[in-house]
Design a protein around this ligand. Sequence first.
Ligand SMILES: [Cu+2]
Length: 191
Amino acid sequence: MIRSLLPLLLLLLLLAAACTEKETPGPTPAGAFASLYTLSSSGTPRQIGDARFEREGNLVRLTIELYTLTPGSRHALHLHEGSCEDPGMHWNGGSSEKYCTIPSMGTPWGRPYLGDIGNIEIGSDGKGSLSLQTDLWALGDGSALDVMGKVLMVHAEPEDFALECDPNHTNHPHTNPKIACGQVFKRVRMP
Ligand SMILES: [Cu+2]
């Protein structure tokens, strides 16, 4: 009986070893994070969220968690140039072209800028999360497409990215106040 189970046990051991190996972090950290703090001219900045960027093969996965925001609110999220103290332009990977029709994971990006993440929805508990996977961004390679060092900006209002990509829509005067921000840093420790 035991002898007949041996090959199965061996197989299970091998599978377990393979799984463990996959989870071991490589020599170079493939991740980055941003801690998001409120931007306000008065009062102490308050942390309202976290973001994680992870490289998976040729993809970058972004996971954002926000908390203590107005229940039921929606907010546009962008990556900007510069810093939280002195935010710059919308990040567009060094390009002046619109990204609307450029494929991300095989389907059009659908937003004008490469740094347009999307809108996040805040639930009745004041919390919201968003995750995004794209093969358009790079992480930590120092290229023009690298999201490292950019600033993740939370805006007061949501945005209609599809409308902004509509070629018939030319006029969009749009001021969307910045309410929170976090710079994207290399993760030095694995969680
Ligand atoms: Cu912005």
